[in-house]
Write a protein that binds this ligand. Structure first.
Ligand code: SF4
Ligand code: SF4
Length: 341
């Protein structure tokens, strides 16, 4: 979690969680050669999963400009000088980038150099780690607790995104409330103006920034100073009812991730697919791909939901090399290889 939130966020965020040890970013498991699964869609070594342009709220932009890495500061300055996606709320991708990203995310995520994040440095490391946005702070390509882990991180992302919006607005109001004026014009994501196609400065950029035009960097640094001074009590007030609302999902997903309860009856997920390899199968489920032996394939197919878990294990009997214990079942359940029925 970015350090700036440590004095602001509620106690919940200090709870113990399981370390995400599968997503080994320094030795990225989504690069060819680092993953035992063959024939999968690997990511580019020049980008890894950073084919994404995150929203960076104004106060985080200020943090980068004040205390960030040389690369991070240069990237921010370049984006500000280009005047695309720069608003008092912070830095966002331009509309064309957003559409390209949406069009490619399902089939081509991690595979387009043109979508490389502007903050990814020449060593393929994040240059704004302490100021990274909600999506980046909560993304793991694989989760130790499978689907339940993913759901938990989604809930954290939603909380962080809401906090980013509130804090960015607060920073604007505290710095210059004239910058809070927005145009109430509905936007069509498939309808582009000339500047949006060419990714150049929009005609209303000067109006939006008013007296801060050319001084955007100073504005962002003021925003950071406002948030730096905030305490947990003021933050709670800012979040208001949204805090309670988002905590319902946060707490539920935390419980399900940390203390999963196995359903009485389990069956093989009908959405799981298997691909035959020479001596094994590749099992594909939503949470990832797994290499499994022929014996394990047969074991999984014994979970039909007809009997409860204890009866199914007893029917399977002894299998060489596979101990069907609680830990294994929980793992299969959290990855939704087996589902309740
Ligand atoms: S989270 Fe990204 S960098 Fe980390 S292992 Fe997964 S794909 Fe690689
Ligand atoms: S901000 Fe950092 S972690 Fe996020 S996409 Fe860019 S380089 Fe990757």
């Amino acid at each position: 979690m970015p350090e700036i939130y440590q004095n602001l966020f509620p106690e919940f965020f200090y709870k113990e969680i399981k370390k995400e040890t599968i997503a080994t970013c320094d030795n990225c498991i989504m690069l060819e050669g680092n993953n035992p699964i063959k024939n999968m869609s690997f990511y580019l070594k020049e980008t890894k999963c950073c084919t994404f342009f995150p929203f960076i709220p104004n106060y985080m932009v200020g943090l980068i400009l004040k205390e960030g890495s040389e690369y991070g500061q240069a990237a921010v300055r370049k984006l500000i000088s280009e005047r695309v996606g720069i608003s008092p709320k912070g830095i966002s991708p331009g509309k064309k980038y957003q559409l390209d990203f949406e069009l490619s995310r399902e089939k081509g995520f991690g595979q387009n150099l043109s979508l490389k994040c502007p903050f990814l440095d020449s060593d393929v490391d994040c240059s704004i780690w302490e100021a990274r946005g909600a999506v980046c702070a909560t993304y793991f390509c694989r989760n130790v607790c499978g689907y339940d882990g993913e759901q938990f991180w989604h809930s954290v992302k939603n909380y962080l995104s809401a906090a980013e919006q509130k804090l960015a607005r607060y920073a604007i109001l505290e710095t210059d409330k004239n910058l809070a004026i927005t145009k109430n014009k509905p936007d069509n994501r498939f309808c582009f103006s000339a500047d949006e196609i060419d990714q150049t400065q929009s005609p209303d950029y000067e109006t939006i920034w008013g007296k801060w035009l050319g001084r955007e960097e100073i504005f962002f640094q003021y925003c950071y100073e406002k948030i730096e001074k905030l305490n947990a009590e003021s933050f709670e007030k800012l979040m208001g009812i949204e805090n309670d609302f988002l905590f319902v999902s946060l707490e539920k997903s935390y419980e399900e991730m940390m203390f999963p309860i196995l359903p009485d009856r389990l069956m093989l997920n009908p959405e799981a697919t298997f691909t035959r390899e020479s001596n094994s199968f590749i099992l594909n489920v939503y949470s990832g791909s797994f290499n499994i032996s022929d014996v394990f394939f047969e074991v999984l197919n014994c979970f039909t939901g007809e009997f409860n878990v204890a009866e199914t294990i007893s029917n399977i009997g002894e299998n060489p090399g596979i101990e069907i214990d609680e830990e294994l079942l929980v793992n299969l359940y959290q990855n939704r290889v087996l589902i309740g029925c």
